[in-house]
Design a protein around this ligand. Structure first.
Ligand SMILES: Cc1cc2nc3c(=O)[nH]c(=O)nc-3n(C[C@H](O)[C@H](O)[C@H](O)COP(=O)(O)OP(=O)(O)OC[C@H]3O[C@@H](n4cnc5c(N)ncnc54)[C@H](O)[C@@H]3O)c2cc1C
Length: 390
């Protein structure tokens, strides 16, 4: 293919998963290129809770990364290390730890095809990139996921508004995650301190609060006003109303109908085609009910880089491309096998929690409670997982 750029490893998407995967590979001495469609790094959503399993994965990316992030967020009282990070800090810290020119902005992958032994990525604007290995970290509407044959994602009839509030003189809140729930559990507000002056909050409710137009227009002031009206009408406490009223309007974002990949799709799905695979939300978007989506993406990065490095580095037949590519395919299968079990647990627990929040009929409720007791007796067991060393 004349004029096409060639790379060994291309990661599509420069979100948490894509950057963590590039960094994990870099720590193993393996070069990659990250193609990001935006003109800069994205940090919508304000902040993100990282649980103990996520911190274990971040530690594997280097203490210069994890310890730096620890200094930006207080420790939340909960079993295991939990902190809430500003998304911008997390994304920028990962990006800054990468060699310069790793991330290529303004590169939207629109289609993928195989040509002989390589993968060809077609970009918006007509450019073509050839890669030996492709990792799709391109989020919920993944072009790479479609190429490997993933089923469409599903959605919960719940939406979320998220934002940050800064208290210039300090907030004096305890370092804990607080949740205010409407009596019928159909909506709730969560608050988690980031540091002693700022908090991250979210409001989750059935999807009718804001119309699609508001979302499309991204009118953050309108979203805040609608959210306040909803909270007043549903008699949420004064301190919640004050928090939303004082929020930084630029930090507000709205997600209409939270998305998930069904546990059965994760069980039966095929997540590799040749030497192309997926990671992060592109593979396993789960609802935010456990606060584990981002941490699961960090775990993917460690496991995938570990497996790929075993296949690529120090192999006697390194010059024999075909054999190395065969080993890469096997390494990807190993990655998928190792991660599938973990992700099945996470997605099932999130899925059941998501159904419960919708207020199902009583017999379904009983079934879910029974399943939760049998499968997830330790409600926080998901954060005790250790993805192992890089
Ligand atoms: C309301 C809500 C609350 C949440 N709270 C938490 C929480 O507290 N803790 C937690 O761990 N997780 C949480 N999550 C989940 C978490 O935000 C996601 O799991 C995480 O951001 C996924 O990261 P990612 O890199 O896989 O995907 P994304 O963040 O979606 O990144 C994908 C990147 O790929 C780029 N891209 C997309 N398509 C293309 C293309 N075709 N070509 C090139 N680039 C492309 C995008 O621009 C983007 O930068 C929450 C999610 C929601 C909706």
């Amino acid at each position: 293919m004349e004029g096409a750029e060639e790379h060994d490893i291309v990661i599509v998407g420069g979100g948490i998963s894509g950057l963590a995967t590039a960094l994990a590979l870099h720590r193993k001495g393996i070069k990659s290129v990250v193609l990001e469609r935006g003109d800069s790094l994205r940090n919508e959503g304000g902040a993100i809770g990282i649980l103990a399993n996520g911190w274990r994965a971040l530690d594997q990316l280097g203490l210069s990364v994890s310890d730096h992030l620890r200094q930006t967020a207080v420790l939340i009282q909960r079993s295991g290390e939990t902190r809430c990070l500003k998304r911008g800090y997390l994304i920028n810290t990962l990006a800054n730890a990468l060699p310069s020119k790793t991330i290529r902005f303004g590169c939207t992958v629109i289609s993928v095809e195989f040509d002989s032994a390589v993968t060809v990525l077609h970009l918006l604007g007509g450019k073509t990139i050839i890669a030996k290995i492709v990792i799709g970290c391109d989020g919920i509407r993944s072009v790479i996921g479609k190429f490997v044959g993933l089923n469409p994602i599903k959605q919960f009839p719940h939406s979320a508004v998220r934002g940050l509030t800064n208290y210039p003189k300090g907030h004096n809140f305890k370092h804990e995650f607080i949740r205010w729930m409407k009596d019928d559990c159909s909506s709730y507000v969560g608050r988690i301190p980031i540091d002693d002056k700022s908090v991250y909050w979210f409001v989750s409710q059935k999807s009718s609060l804001l119309d699609t137009k508001t979302w499309k227009d991204h009118d953050q002031e309108h979203i805040r006003e609608n959210t306040l009206e909803f909270l007043v009408a549903n008699r949420f406490p004064k301190e919640v109303l004050e928090m939303i009223n004082m929020s930084e309007v630029d930090s507000i974002s709205f997600t209409c109908n939270l998305k998930y990949r069904a546990p059965w799709d994760l069980f039966f799905g095929n997540f590799r085609k040749g030497t192309v695979t997926v990671a992060g939300d592109a593979w396993h978007v789960i609802g935010p009910f456990l606060g584990q989506g981002g941490s699961a993406g960090l775990e993917d990065a460690i496991v995938l880089a570990r497996r790929l490095s075993q296949a690529i580095l120090g192999c006697d037949d390194e010059r024999n491309g075909e054999t190395v590519m065969k080993r890469v395919g096997q390494a990807m299968d190993g990655y998928i096998k190792e991660r599938r079990r973990r992700l099945l647990g996470l997605s099932t627990q999130t899925y059941l929690t998501g159904i419960m929040i919708q207020g199902p009929q009583i017999f379904i409720k009983v079934l879910i409670v029974f399943a939760m007791i049998v499968l997830f007796r330790d409600e926080e067991g998901h954060s005790k997982y250790d993805c192992g060393r890089l």
